[in-house]
Design a protein around this ligand. Sequence first.
Ligand code: FA5
Length: 350
Amino acid sequence: MEKLNKLAIELEQTSESLKLQPDPAAVEAFRIEWLGKKGKIAGLYATMKEIDAADRREAGQRMNRLKQNAESVLEQLEQLCVQSQVQQSLQREPLDVTLPVAEHMQLGSHHPVSLMRRRVFEIFHRLGYVVYDGPDIEDDFYNFEALNIGKDHPARDMADTFFLRSHEYVLRTHTSNTQIHGMLGRTPPIKMISAGRCFRVDNDATHSPMFHQVECLAVDRGLSVGHMKGLIETFLSELFGSRVKTRFRSSFFPFVEPGAEVDCECVLCGGAGCRVCGHSGWIEIGGCGMVDPNVFEAVQIDSEEYSGFAFGFGIDRMAMLAFGLPDLRDLFVGDTRLLSQFPDQPYFSH
Ligand code: FA5
């Protein structure tokens, strides 16, 4: 009993002194000295057999209490150590989250192609069109076959294609594949818009091997060329302002009939003719037309009941016009000196 009393006092004193300066090494030493296998508490339990049978019960209870006290002291000391370490590191590395950011920090900016795509989506969203996505890697059916571009069709040469895995898959050559994804398994009315990367073996001031297109498709009863032309003109004047002249040129795409190409006046020369527009005064931005009955057949839509129109425009070309860029490929070099110059609202004033 005397030994128990002495140890209880010693535990209290040790605990007080350790709490004054919590230190992980001293706390570990405390654990070993008091609660370790050969520690003071274990030593105390070993003396149990020497105690008179009459006192054993009380002695056992007091030993258990002492052990519990030692365990709770250990827990407190460990918590104090963590707190003191946090305090010390705060003093060593003061962190003031209210300070303004360093002046030399450069903020990123949106890529001109992203700005253009966002603006196009905004316009079509207001017109009630739904945004669809489509894969960059496409199989023959979606990129060619269902779009009425048969195996031996010369249009496959027109689109100089990057083929994958022995011609089974292609890097999509246009976003018109999303027309097929958008129509298959759906019943009109359909009003969709889709944008993304396209790939062709092309390389000059107005052509890049990787470029972006936006595709629009509307299918319903009674849609006509007039609806298509009205929509394209509304869209382009929303985008570029009513000052920019546009024109439609009759053209051929296997998936539309009739088809046309859409040109905008070259902003770099104001229509006078320059190197970028091939001295024509116009820059082609895309193709359009009424959905061909063969395409409707491939997606099981009745062409007797429904008609539709579609167009696919080059987003990079539109960015080129909006920002007055002389070479479209500059957009993909990754030079931040160029890319950081584009404001969020770059469009011509109305
Ligand atoms: C097509 O790709 C058709 N799928 C468009 C279409 C959709 C027609 C729906 C009818 C109905 P085209 O090959 O003309 O058409 O390309 C359309 C536009 O994509 C071009 O006018 C141009 O703006 C852009 N474009 C095409 N190739 C490149 C390229 N290599 N680099 C940058 N832009 C390109």
